[in-house]
Structures are given as C-alpha cells and as structure tokens.
Design a protein around this ligand. Structure first.
Ligand SMILES: [Zn+2]
Ligand SMILES: [Zn+2]
Length: 135
C-alpha cells in the first residue's frame, strides 16, 4: 500500500499516511473558505493511519461545534480537519507531497460557495456534506 507524505509550508509539521485514503472532496463551506482563503480540497483517512513525523507547529482550532482544524502556527498552512466523532481525519490535499494518485471526485457545501467563482468540471456537487468516508 502506498505511503503518502505531506507537510506544512515551513516544514514544522510533517506527516505520513499509510492506508486507504478517500478520493479528494472539495468543500465550499464558509469555515473552509475563511480558513484557507478560498475553498478547500481534502482527502481523508482513518485516524490510526496518520502518523505525525513532526508536530512542533501544529495547533488545533475549534472551528465548529463538531470539529477542529489543525494548522501550523508558524507558517499558517491548513493541514487537517478532525470531527469529534473520531471516525476519520481529513487531510488538505495541497499539503501532500508529490504524486498522490488521488482524484477530486466531488464538491460539498456548494450552496455556501463564494459568488466570485463557478464550480467547473464533471465532479458531483452536493449541497450538503454528501461525501462520507468509504474504505
Ligand atoms: Zn509550518
Ligand atoms: Zn468545509
């Protein structure tokens, strides 16, 4: 099974993922837009598949009643979204290194997207969170 690695921009947070990863889902919700500056795109895996190799800069922010976001407090990169249910952890796809072999297959919270862009392409669009982690 392929091991993916990733990091924040400055390298203070580094991780590897061994195990199944979900295809990439783009999220247009307000929290993702505020935290990233646009919309986000994330894969997801079971929490036990994610190993932190360096977490000096990692800070968690409670962005909603049901989840926290992990980011680097040194460089500001958004890295993780972790629901309290603990069934998965989302990993923002831009933080992955090199070739991932993943595809962006759907868009969620399209009803909250900004008015300054159009969602292009054939990927499915869901007005609510329609993409569950299926492994
Ligand atoms: Zn950093
Ligand atoms: Zn979102």
């Amino acid at each position: 099974m392929k091991t993916l690695t990733g990091s924040c921009m400055c390298g203070d947070v580094r991780y590897e993922v061994t195990g199944e990863c979900r295809e990439v889902v783009a999220c247009h919700c307000v929290e993702c837009r505020k935290s990233s500056g646009h919309y986000t795109a994330a894969t997801a895996t079971r929490p036990e598949n994610l190993k932190l190799l360096g977490d000096d800069g990692l800070k968690w922010y409670r962005s909603s009643p049901k989840a926290q976001r992990g980011f680097c407090q040194n460089c500001g990169s958004t890295l993780f979204w972790k629901p309290d249910s603990g069934d998965r952890i989302s990993i923002f796809a831009g933080s992955l290194d090199g070739q991932t072999g993943l595809q962006m297959t759907s868009h969620i919270y399209s009803q909250e997207k900004g008015d300054y862009y159009t969602i292009e392409g054939d990927a499915a669009q869901f007005a609510i969170e329609g993409a569950k982690l299926v492994l």
